[in-house]
Ligand binder design. Sequence first.
Ligand code: BYC
Length: 475
Amino acid sequence: MSSIDYSQKIPNNVNLSDDRTLQRALESWQPNFINWWDDVGPEGSTNFDVYLRTAVSVDPNGWAQFGHVKMRDYRWGIFLNPGDAERKIHFGDHLGEKAWQDVPGEHRANLRRIIVTQGDTEPASVEQQRHLGLTCPSQYDLRNLFQVNVEEGRHLWAMVYLLHKHFGRDGREEAEALLQRQSGDQDNPRILGAFNEKTPDWLAFFMFTYFTDRDGKFQLSALAESAFDPLARTTKFMLTEEAHHMFVGESGVSRVIQRTAQLMNELKTDDPQKIRAAGAIDLGTIQRYLNFHYSVTIDLFGADQSSNAAIFYSSGLKGRYEEGKRDDDHLLKGQTYKVLEVQNGQLVEKEVPMLNALNEVLRDDFIKDSVAGVGRWNKVLEKAGIPTRLTVPHKAFNRQIGALAGIRMSPEGRIVNDAEWAAKKDEWLPSPEDFAFVASLMGRVVEPGQFANWIAPPVMGINRQPVDYEYVRFN
Ligand code: BYC
């Protein structure tokens, strides 16, 4: 089932034409999706022909094709990784039983909730990024933004397919609601905190795609273990696309650092004001953006102790990251895990049942992965001979979810009083002045091969095209 039927209105590899009712339901959702894209998708981009990757197969050795397309005409489709009829559930109370092709009645509400929460993040990110095209630092970057946007749109389709196919009328209603909630809307916001934050500039975009898309990687990996086989197969394929999004973030921040380091060396200064005056982003501002995006993203893993997480795992709905590679009993009953909490004004470690701490387990896996990339950013500084190093803040810094919510803490992990927090907040998190400065750099550079002054060019182009390729035709 690896070929994709492109003759259909909705490209798919799930034999959609065999299920007329489902096909009609999805075809009636499609115009609503396009209306949503027109209303809150990338601003002012309707006529652009963009050099985009489109999924054409789920074969790992050639799953995508590249070509110039108008984003509105992008072939958003439904693609599941190939199935294994013999697949067995490999964790939780149903361990060893056959994976489910349909939703068991007793798990329906929880599965729906997980799928809706996952689905909600996809359109949210497109909404958050909708103005960025107006201030792109290059055609290359503009194309990458649009690539991320269309693929988040496809990920929404992936979740809507599951809702329509497996959750009947409730699923169809949820699919509508996914187009109605809006990022940052007072009355009808997106479900999770980070997806209601603004992505006001390209540094925020790169940090978002580095950190927040990485939450996507870890959550999707956990869902790819699910006993509900259609969810496992669809999230596996989504992960293929997600890798590029994190690349955009990691290489984007890296190029910002590279340019800053170059100017620091040229001007022989580490004075932030001089770097700013030269039109680049000082390392302090980069660190503050990092602190912000890291802390709101680790909140996305949920409370450190969660009975939901225990139920999701024991029922087989959501596994751990790389569940299949772990050599324990995959039941986790009687095991413990350390979480942090505050006692008498001190942070202390507390041993709690592992099943209840699975959000924390996934958060810790995410943290390890994030820190590795920050290390790669530091290599850029090291290579340039600059002694400053970027670091991720303490896990308890600026948290809003779970036992650490609301604790006043410095990025190094020192509990501080309200007065110190108020005095230092602008050293630790981007201040209104930082945002205004970064915004002042955001011009619009669209000549092929040209780059804004605050960012270095990439090492190579997309799909072996040159860096000065015409990635976007403005028409
Ligand atoms: N903000 O018991 P808890 C991606 C809520 S990113 C606001 O810990 P649970 C992407 C929680 O919903 C991946 N609310 O919850 C990236 C619950 O509410 P109710 C997205 C929050 O269920 C970039 C209450 O607090 N996928 O793909 O254990 C671009 C109690 O919390 C937050 C998923 O998240 C928050 N940060 O865990 C595009 C996977 N955190 O029920 C895309 C699916 C928690 O009391 N979701 N709450 O009203 C899940 O697995 C779980 O829902 C969560 C929460 C891990 C998110």
